[in-house]
Ligand binder design. Sequence first.
Ligand SMILES: [Zn+2]
Length: 215
Amino acid sequence: MPPTATLEDIKAHQQRVEKNKITPDNLPPCPRCRVESAFFKIHAYRERRFLIIIEMLIKAAYCSLVRFGCPGCGKTFTHYPDFAIPHKHYTRQTIEGFSRTYVENDQKSYQDAVIIDDAVPERPVSGQGLAPSSVHRWISTLTALTIAHRQALKKSLQQNPAAQLGSHLELIQMPKKKYKTHNRKHCLLWCRWFFKIQEDFLKIDFHRVCDNTSV
Ligand SMILES: [Zn+2]
């Protein structure tokens, strides 16, 4: 089974939006004026298209995302459900799952990483398969998100002494054939480290990503 959010996940979020169950509490305080997110007011609803994988076919599913506004300065923030990663159409499960396959397996190429049970998920009409370059980009995205959260990650690790054992970035290795530049090496090492600590100790909360752009 390919990693993906399900149609049910997306429908459940839509129902929560319609029943006014989405609250701004898990957003960070306003970076401009420091007003706590609990005081944010609903600003707008935006329909978003997500791509999920159903029986190896990549299909679109739609739901609304809620945008909150800061009463202090008017800045707006998007609330992201658990399956969404800011500015990405594929769901968190897909992005993390395929990235993890590449990052955690020394032998796998990007071409290998998109294969599930001898097949590549594809678009229903065009037959266009999931591109290996997507996985390359997703790893960059995940690295940027985890680096943006590094203070929170470090704090969680410090609070959990067991997590500190073997979780040092310096101990993580990456085979040379997986990168050509120092930047990419760093990106892959960071991502591998993130998956390693995430597996046992914590789940990064992408909801807390401060979104500075209009979606
Ligand atoms: Zn503000």
